[in-house]
Write a protein that binds this ligand. Sequence first.
Ligand code: ADP
Length: 598
Amino acid sequence: MPSLLLRWRFFVILALSMLVLLWPLHGLVQAYYFDGLQRKNSQTLDLFAANLTGTLKQYEILPQILGRLPEVHNALLNPQRSETLEAANHLLNRMQQQTRADVVYLLDTRGTAIAASNWQHERSFVGHNFSFRPYFFEAMAQRTGTFFGLGNISLKRGYYFGNAVYVDETVVGVLVVKVDLDFTESLWGNTPERLMVTDNNGVAILSSEPGWLFRASRALTDGELAQIAEHQPYASREPERLELSGSQWLRFDKQLEKTGWTVSVLVPRQELVVQVQTAMAVVTASMLALLLVLGLLMQRRRHYLERIEMDASARTELEGRVQQRTLDLQTLNQRLRDEVLERENTRQALVRTQDELVQAGKLSALGVMSASISHELNQPLAAIRSYADNARIFLQQQRLPEVAGNLVLITTLTERMASIIEHLRAFARRDPQASEHVALQPAIEDALALLASRSHGLQLDIVRDIPDATLWVEAGETRLRQVLGNLLSNALDALGERQAPRTLSLSTRFVDGWVCLQIRDNGPGFSREALQQAREPFFTTKTSARGLGLGLAICDAVVKSLGGRLEFANNPDGGACVELYLKPIVSSVNLEAREDIV
Ligand code: ADP
């Protein structure tokens, strides 16, 4: 906004200074064109004056020459003889025609015309007296008489030359030659400039403007008026005033020394005004164009500077942004590094936790096993003891068949104990890290066998929907049994919380390339918190005597280490549903269902 104001102010100042410049320039242009006009018209004036003077000079000598001719002398000496006058008339007529003078005539000493070239004309000068004319008395005084005026007989303008005619050095008369100067006006042509020749009185005697003729271009003095009345050069004795306003006409004058006349060329001032105005219009237009070009150049320069400035600021901004971005990236990098470090720490912590969990799981399993051992082995042991005690009594009584029966029962019980111990050995076996091919069904059966006494106590329906063909999965023998033991133990715990009928359903199916073992019970199902936190170590809803909250956390860690996953949900008709996903070894098995009641 301020730059716009500045620009406008600059242009106003520039325009004003141009206006100030235009004023003197106008004066200069006017002076230039006036000079031109003056030069041109002074040449015109010189030419015209030379022409006029030359014409007059041509006739100046004529009266003297003609005055020496015998016919002239004879006429003046014998004016009463008609043949001498006739001879003079013929001579003057001939001379007039040869010299192209207007009239040539001869005056006697009283000023009366005795012979004239126009003696035959209607307005013949012969017989008229011209003694009032200056050319007569000047000639009589033996000087060359000159006069310009309107002929009082012919009523025609003319320049008169008069010279005395001498006979034996005596003045016997005057010979006059009248010159017609009308042609000088017609020479001028039809131009806007006007020609004017004024005589000593300032009266226009020749002019290309007919209306100006015989009008006084200046005020006349009384003496001049008296002389005019006496010599009668003009039609009127008091010539009208001719007002030539300086605002309308430009006047260029030249004096003719010999005649005392002034030749003037009058140029309509409008001519100069038009020239000056045209020149000023051109100058103004040029200046405006210059101003415009200057303005455009300035604008272009400003745009250029603005663009440079914009480029520079854009570059600075870009550099700033690049710097900021670099800084951001560095910060981000650092954050990423920190995050990677943190994740690595977390991962290591997780691995440690997993190891600890596995260890804890092992301990927990050991606890469960020791409880199971004591529970499972105590019963047959107690039975064996009682069978043995009874057998000793039967032996004392010599009841041998009963003794044999008791021994068979003892053997059966020891087999069962051996079987339990076999299972415990499987659990106690060192866990190999590499995955093995494990048969799923025996693992399930082993886990169920371990929990058999609890199952019996709960009067449980175990529904199996498992194919006969062995399902081989990627797992570890001990780890899989450990997981299954925990999951089944949880189901039994849950079923223990409700009244009969109690059902435990086991089914297998293939889902998206996985073997899925589904363990469902019709217990109370997972609580809302348990569904979210069951995998967390030490999360339990059971009393401290019954649960540590490690079972599912261990299972989750172990299953993950086997490359599988665990999913917890509730059945739509109540009870928990736990799904164990494991990688199959052979996928094309017969998944035919089988139902057992234990
Ligand atoms: P614990 O058995 O020692 O409580 P677990 O990690 O095995 O620890 O189980 C965590 C919790 O998950 C249990 O306390 C219980 O609330 C819930 N839970 C596990 N299995 C079942 C199930 N079959 N039915 C209902 N709740 C279950």
